[in-house]
Write a protein that binds this ligand. Structure first.
Ligand SMILES: Cc1cc2nc3c(=O)[nH]c(=O)nc-3n(C[C@H](O)[C@H](O)[C@H](O)COP(=O)(O)OP(=O)(O)OC[C@H]3O[C@@H](n4cnc5c(N)ncnc54)[C@H](O)[C@@H]3O)c2cc1C
Length: 552
């Protein structure tokens, strides 16, 4: 396979030659350096590279160019090579534009010109970007192909897993000629889907999540038996704890059952997270946080569900659902919440075949020109309505209450008001679903009059109240009546320390009823259900872990 490309774009021929020379000197043996003198020329080169099936690792673009600015180029290049790392070259006077571009094109870095000596100013930046790129699944899996049926729940599960873990893939229908050819080559039939074909030709038929994770190079097995800190759950709170734990010298492993990013990873645009005035997608935030955690040396395990927690002297034991245990001095529980299932006849049958929980971003392009139904009145439902309105003919938001004001932020209500295709249906609930191979009809009920009506619907996305799913902590930790983990001062509310508490001090702020086990983010009783607070609690839990370890 051809070496991956580093593309440098500058309209000044002298600067362009100098950049290419510096890059080639250090990376020429492993990467092909492509030089372009204008944005359109560089885009043409990228299209050709794409057609040849080659990869692009890094894009370096000058900011100020006549036909197309570097930012415009990087934005267009993202459509062709979303995983390539992006660097803007600027003069000092243009740093404002570069800072703006951090949000607009998810810029990885901006470099001030001139950067001599390159050993100090250029290579460390490019080294870090190449390392990030080559350790990402994208670098090995760009040619991953998935063959399946449009309305198959297992095919959806595979695509959803890959999308949530930011692994690019090509989706082929089993009855398309190319899909058929791949099935034949793998010795499989249309009944064997989903079929997953890796770039090197390895195939998996109807794989489990762990098999898929292994295929795309994600870690599934811990490197050690004992850690300073085990973080359970890879949403914002868990990633925050992993970044702070590892950066402060704790040997840290994070265990995630599905995909890092948690609920935030499903958000199409988080607009209220500090430092991102133009919003940031959950996928971008997750990718950055993952890289940050890995950079500091945290281990990230995927597709491993934790089902048990126990005390063994000063160690805390964490047990996996598929067997095996790891031990640590301390544990941060950051398992967040999961959507409640909507309970109505027919809905279970069509889950993954028209009925989806959470945003299921993979499905958005398939909704073009069709009607989409969204159940829920909180911010997550509002964001999904905005997102789907870019694809669907109409988006119907179904809520039981009279309006959205009690449950949704003002900025989202205003956005929805401004989108013609979105209609909010108050006092409405889904009471039945029907169809043949997939969802085709919904029965809606007016909660005031009881009147029912049937609508044609192929797409239903459900965003209703979330629950913590902490049943595995029954009898192990004190939880509130809804299953959220009780921590800190709430454990000593009646003046009594929790049953079994063995230390001559009260639990620390985020500490659970088992010393050394902390809870952070949405899973914690009375926590604020926000990305910023989850990240903050992850960081705070680590400082309390340090305090706990000092007194051991
Ligand atoms: C669509 C959507 C949009 C949102 N938009 C916003 C927004 O704009 N602004 C905002 O501030 N907030 C937003 N939120 C809320 C925000 O995402 C959450 O408050 C935040 O993600 C909570 O982080 P967390 O780490 O505590 O939990 P989660 O994000 O729920 O992550 C928990 C993780 O733990 C894993 N896990 C659970 N149990 C186990 C186990 N036993 N073993 C291993 N792993 C386990 C889960 O798979 C999950 O990845 C949104 C939520 C959704 C769903």
């Amino acid at each position: 396979m051809a070496n991956p490309v580093i593309l440098s774009l500058d309209d000044d021929p002298a600067v362009s030659r100098a950049v290419a020379r510096d890059i080639r000197r250090r990376y020429g043996d492993r990467f092909r350096v492509v030089r372009a003198g204008s944005g359109p020329e560089a885009l043409a080169a990228l299209r050709e590279i794409k057609l040849r099936g080659e990869q692009v690792a890094v894009l370096l673009a000058d900011y100020r160019m006549p036909e197309m600015t570097g930012i415009e180029f990087l934005e267009a290049a993202m459509d062709l090579f979303p995983a390539a790392r992006r660097v803007l070259l600027t003069a000092y006077a243009d740093t404002g534009a570069a800072i703006d571009a951090i949000n607009l094109v998810d810029l990885d870095h901006y470099l001030l010109k001139p950067w001599h000596p390159p050993e100090e100013k250029l290579y460390p930046v490019v080294d870090a970007l190449l390392e990030a790129w080559s350790s990402s699944p994208e670098s090995t899996a760009t040619e991953l192909r998935v063959v399946g049926h449009r309305w198959s729940a297992p095919s959806f599960a595979v695509r959803d897993f890959l999308a949530r873990n930011l692994v690019p893939y090509r989706w082929l229908l089993a009855d398309d000629p190319e899909g058929g050819r791949l099935l034949a080559a793998a010795g499989a039939s249309a009944d064997d889907v989903p079929l997953v074909v890796a770039a090197d030709g390895r195939t998996l038929v109807a794989p489990s999540e762990a098999e898929l994770a292994g295929l795309v190079g994600m870690s599934v097995a811990p490197a050690a038996d004992f850690y300073d800190l085990v973080v359970v759950g890879g949403g914002p709170a868990g990633l925050g704890a992993a970044v702070y734990g590892a950066s402060e010298g704790l040997r840290t492993v994070l265990v995630e059952r599905l995909a890092t990013g948690g609920q935030a990873g499903q958000s199409s645009r988080i607009e209220n997270y500090l430092g991102f005035p133009d919003g940031v997608s959950g996928a971008q935030l997750t990718d950055r946080a993952r890289r940050q955690a890995l950079k500091f040396g945290a281990e990230l395990l995927s597709t491993r569900e934790v089902v048990g927690l126990a005390e063994a002297g000063s160690a805390r034991l964490v047990r996996f659902g598929d067997g095996g245990t790891i031990a640590a001095h301390a544990v941060v529980l950051a398992t967040g919440v999961s959507y409640r299932m909507l309970d109505a006849p027919g809905l279970t049958e069509f889950t993954g075949r028209g009925v989806f929980y959470g945003s299921a971003a993979t499905e958005a392009p398939s909704c073009v020109g069709e009607d989409v139904y969204i159940v829920g009145g909180a911010n997550s439902a509002g964001q999904a309505a905005v997102h789907f309105s870019r694809y669907a003919a109409r988006v119907h938001v179904l809520i039981r209450g009279a309006d959205l004001t009690a449950s949704m932020s003002r900025y989202l209500i205003d956005q929805l008001d401004g989108i013609d295709q979105v209609t909010v249906h108050p006092h409405t609930e889904v009471v039945a679903a029907a169809g043949d191979e997939h969802l085709q009809r919904l029965t809606l009920r007016d909660t005031r009059t009881g009147e029912r009506r049937e609508v044609d619907a192929s797409w239903l996305f459900v965003f209703i109240g979330a629950e913590p799913r902490t049943g595995w902590l029954d009898g192990v930790l004190v939880r509130d009546e809804r299953g959220f983990v009780t921590t800190g001062p709430d454990l000593v509310a009646g003046g009594q320390r929790p049953p079994g508490w063995s230390l001559p001090r009260d639990p620390y702020h985020l500490e659970s009823s088992m010393p050394g086990v902390f809870a952070a983010g949405d899973v914690r009783a009375a926590s604020v259900k926000r990305v910023a607070s989850a990240v903050g609690e992850g960081a705070m839990a680590v400082s309390l872990v340090h305090r706990y370890l000092e007194t051991q």
